[in-house]
Design a protein around this ligand. Structure first.
Ligand code: C2E
Ligand code: MG
Ligand code: MG
Length: 716
């Protein structure tokens, strides 16, 4: 950001300049006024001096002229030139008298104070003479050079003449000049002093201005600039700018301190946010976001350097089971312990530049970068499988979990971060498919298989809503009288381009991806709704049951009993008409959990069957401990029951054992009449299979029911 062009300081400077200019102008006016005054005082002074001098001279001249006239009256009358001359010379001797004249009634000179009186008898010709001769009494006249005082002389009413004394004005002029000079000097001195004061005043003013500018700069402008700089820095995420402290006790100090507090708290907040954004709160490991950033950065550095990097994607096997059976707190505890073990192993085997991150859920990603990464990754993978396979102590229990690890290498497998991440996922997935609790390196062939699966998963996601999934019903008969007693609900997927996808394939995908948790309840609901519409006691026949498959995942979720109760309530199907098929392996694997679940299911009134019985080799003894209502002998045994004595023995044993416990036995996959015959002989209760009836759409099945309760013909 630019600095403000017309900032506070500039404005203040301008204000100061204007103020100074005004003060200067005022001072100039003052100085001008002072000069004018000096001039006026000079003129007035000169006038006063002049007045004083002329007044004095006039008074003296008039007194002198009157005395002289009095003294000379008699000698004039008697024409005593000697006496007149003596008197005239007495006056003429005075320093400023320039002439003395005594004249007769006609204006002719009688005496001029000289010894020879050379002008005797001549008329006076000077410019002042005419008025002097004409004057009666006293007359004072002025010419530039002289002051002429005339006093006429009369005796007994007769005019005798007069006297004139001419005073030289040169002295007065000189005196005046002198006085004026003195005054001027004084005034000049005064003026200089005055100007000096004004200059000092101006200087002081300039000083005050400078000080004010400095003060404003220091107390206002620079703190504001500092705050603005800081704010700008904060805006760009830099919180470590200049230190913000102030000892001042005024508002600016308060502002600076408040700002500093704000910066600290923003910095703290931002730090917290960053930490939160970049670490996994549960395990304290780097999170996905930070890992991704770091990976991008490292790949950028490694490009073209010939150096390698390996990513290990570790996913805990069946982690969900911990959450479902022991609760989320236990799940969190497991994650923390697993994170610790991974960290330890990576510290020992991963090298300095390694990085461990949790990607959410039970997925951890490890990056190693040192030396021969393929060997190092294999060693680390092995160690991780080994370490994470050791039992964990969680809430006083021992929990054993496996971990599947996928490994991908840069630049062999891919050079872009996103591709590497995908490869790691694919490899990890493959480790799961390979039986879990192992590690697998990524290979391109692997990718295709996984991609197909991922594609299926994607397609399956909206399949129910698009109407591609449907439920078919395979009839189940009572072996003894071959009457139709119920049906197994089986899912079908008709994909628009892939065609019919085998249930064994898509059910597995749904199971692995968790989609079964949404599809399963929908299938259950549909089957129950259909079964509720089947003819029952009201139509004078034995009510039919529908048996619905429940996936291990649905079983683990824990809300199955509630779901079943709600579905029954919603569809109006009587509880005894619903049978649930749980797979043997799922139930046996978690006996304690399963017993509780079965008890809850029983309370809803439904029946529970163990599906695919015999394939899990859990042993018949388990049947005693898990309270089920029936077992379905897996079709692989039935298929060979006619040829293989072992299968026959096992089938016979299952039937006997089940009957001894009072539970129903259902045979699956009856494809030949002989098989059914054999099952009849051994006392098997119910049977289903292609020989008895293929799975039918809801409509066809309803039609079958309307036809008769008996057995479908083999050809149908
Ligand atoms: P399952 O529960 O054991 O179902 C019986 C399977 O045997 C069905 O295969 C059925 O079509 C087949 N079958 C019946 N009679 C014969 C026969 O005479 N010969 C032969 N060779 N096969 C016969 P399907 O429909 O392919 O289903 C395969 C598996 O998919 C089922 O095995 C079940 O585990 C699962 N599945 C199907 N529908 C659902 C569902 O709605 N939910 C869940 N969770 N799983 C389902
Ligand atoms: Mg089944
Ligand atoms: Mg089965």
């Amino acid at each position: 950001m630019k600095k403000p062009r017309f900032g506070l300081q500039a404005r203040f400077l301008l204000a100061m300049l204007i103020a100074t200019a005004v003060v200067c102008a005022l001072l100039a006016v003052l100085l001008m006024r002072q000069a004018g005054m000096q001039r006026e005082v000079g003129v007035l002074g000169r006038d006063a001096v002049h007045q004083m001098a002329t007044d004095g001279l006039t008074r003296r001249g008039e007194v002198m002229a009157q005395q002289f006239a009095d003294a000379v009256t008699n000698p004039l009358y008697y024409s005593d030139l000697g006496a007149i001359g003596a008197l005239a010379r007495g006056i003429d001797r005075q320093p400023d008298v320039s002439y003395v004249l005594v004249y007769d009634a006609e204006g002719r000179i009688v005496h001029d104070g000289s010894d020879d009186i050379s002008a005797y008898g001549r008329p006076m010709t000077d410019p002042l003479a005419a008025r002097a001769v004409a004057a009666e009494g006293l007359l004072t006249q002025w010419s530039p050079q002289v002051m002429d005082v005339t006093q006429s002389i009369s005796l007994g009413g007769q005019r005798l003449g007069g006297v004139r004394i001419g005073y030289s004005l040169a002295d007065i002029h000189a005196e005046e000049q002198h006085a004026a000079g003195l005054l001027q000097d004084r005034l000049l001195q005064l003026g200089r002093r005055h100007t000096g004061w004004l200059a000092a005043l101006l200087l002081a003013l300039a000083g005050v201005c400078l000080f004010a500018i400095w003060y404003v700069q220091r107390t206002l402008v620079s703190p504001i600039r500092l705050l603005a700089d800081s704010a700008r820095a904060i805006g760009t995420g830099n919180y470590d700018g200049k230190p913000l402290t102030s000892q001042r006790r005024d508002e600016v100090g308060e502002l600076v301190r408040a700002f500093a507090d704000m910066r600290d708290s923003v910095a703290r907040h931002s730090h917290d946010v960053r930490r939160m954004a970049y670490t996994d709160s549960l395990t304290g490991l780097t999170n996905r976001l930070a890992f991704r950033e770091s990976l991008d950065h490292r790949l950028l550095m490694l490009h073209g350097s010939g150096r390698q990097l390996a990513l290990l994607f570790a996913d805990i096997d069946d982690f969900k089971r911990v959450n479902d059976s022991l609760g989320h707190e236990a799940g969190d505890e497991v994650l923390v312990q697993v994170a610790g073990r991974i960290r330890d192993a990576v510290e020992r085997l991963g090298g300095d530049d390694s990085l461990v991150a949790r990607f959410g859920g039970d997925e951890f990603v490890i990056l190693i970068q040192n030396g021969d990464v393929r060997t190092a990754a294999a060693r680390l993978g092995e160690r991780l499988v080994q370490e994470l396979g050791k039992p964990l102590a969680v809430q006083g229990r021992e929990v054993s979990l496996g971990t599947s690890i996928g490994i991908t290498l840069f630049p062999e497998d891919a050079s872009a971060a996103s591709a590497l991440m995908k490869n790691g996922d694919v490899a990890m997935y493959q480790a799961k498919v390979a039986g879990k609790n192992c590690y697998r390196f990524y290979s391109r062939a692997m990718n295709q298989a996984v991609e197909r699966r991922m594609h299926l998963e994607q397609e399956l996601r909206g399949a129910w809503d698009r109407g591609e999934l449907s439920v078919v019903y395979q009839p189940i008969y009572r072996v003894a009288d071959r009457r139709l007693v119920g049906a197994e609900a089986l899912l079908r997927w008709q994909h628009p381009s892939l065609g019919a996808v085998a249930p064994s394939v898509f059910i597995d995908v749904a199971e692995q991806s968790g989609l079964i948790e949404t599809i399963g309840p929908l299938a259950l609901r549909e089957a129950c709704a259909a079964a509720a519409g089947w003819p029952g006691e009201a139509e004078g026949r034995e009510p039919l049951f529908v048996s619905v498959n429940v996936s291990p995942r649905q079983l683990r979720k824990g809300d199955l009993a509630d779901l079943v109760a709600a579905t029954l309530h919603e569809t109006g199907l009587p509880a005894p008409c619903l049978h649930l098929e749980l797979t043997e392996t799922a139930v046996i694997a978690d006996e304690a959990h399963a017993s509780a679940l079965l008890a809850r299911l029983h309370r809803t009134g439904v029946k529970v069957w163990l599906d695919d019985f015999g394939t899990g080799f859990s042993g018949l003894s388990h049947l005693r401990r898990v309270p089920v209502d029936g077992v379905k002998i897996d079709r692989s045994f039935i298929a060979d029951v006619l040829r293989d004595p072992d299968d026959l023995a096992l089938t016979t044993a299952i039937i006997a054992m089940a009957h001894s416990l009072g539970i129903t036995v259902v045979a699956e996959g009856v494809e030949k009449e002989g098989q059914l015959q054999l099952l009849l002989e051994r006392g098997c209760d119910l049977a289903q299979g292609f020989w008895l009836g293929y799975p039918l759409g809801a409509e066809e099945f309803a039609q079958l029911l309307r036809g008769d309760g008996g057995m479908q013909s083999q050809s149908s």
